[in-house]
Design a protein around this ligand. Structure first.
Ligand code: ZN
Length: 191
């Protein structure tokens, strides 16, 4: 372990949430490794345009570490959700700015599916997940926080993982930092 890995000596880095990929919801996050860092939903893009306004268009232009990207395919990529429902919650997104599953080309459809399967396998391998929720919320009426750019959620589940905090506190406790989870997933991702 290097000094960089030692959470007790590493100062928390507070990033601007609107620069990372994520879908804000009603929950606050309590990042338990630092005990002090809260993140509130405030990065919802103002419009439906592609480009700088869209966190899913912007993420691939950053480094893997800065953009919290786990793996890059030819037509789609895998990124940590800045607002995870659980530790290891990733999203599979086409690079192309499309809003509906029916707008994907056949090749994009295959790669989104393949990356989803690999994400499940890697998450299972490093975390022993006991179940998964996978899905795409489409359109604002379908519950999509960022409706303009399609993204498939891959959420690992463990028996008893939903505790009282989300119910009484509108807060989820995350026992591992996103950057650490990203690194473990990326290292376990098949070449
Ligand atoms: Zn986009």
């Amino acid at each position: 372990m290097t000094d960089d890995d030692d959470l007790s000596t590493r100062a928390p880095v507070v990033e601007r949430p609107w620069e990372l990929a994520g879908e804000a919801d009603g929950f606050q996050r309590l990042w338990t490794p630092h005990r002090m860092v809260y993140l509130q939903g405030e990065d919802k893009p103002a419009d439906a345009e592609a480009g700088e306004q869209c966190p899913f268009c912007r993420a691939p232009s950053r480094s893997d570490e800065d953009g919290l990207i786990v793996a890059r395919g030819e037509l789609a990529y895998v990124v940590m959700n800045l607002y995870p429902y659980n530790t290891g919650h990733v999203m599979v997104c086409p690079y192309r700015h499309v809003s509906l599953y029916t707008e994907l080309t056949p090749d994009e459809t295959i790669e989104v599916a393949t990356l989803t399967q690999t994400a499940m396998q890697v998450i299972q391998e490093i975390s022993g997940a006991q179940g998964f929720n996978i899905g795409m919320n489409q359109g604002s009426a379908g519950g999509a926080g960022i409706a303009a750019h399609l993204h498939q959620h891959v959420v690992p589940r463990w028996g008893g993982d939903a505790n009282f905090l989300p119910i009484v506190g509108q807060t989820k406790a995350l026992p591992e930092l996103l950057s650490d989870t990203r690194r473990r997933l990326a290292e376990a991702w098949p070449a």
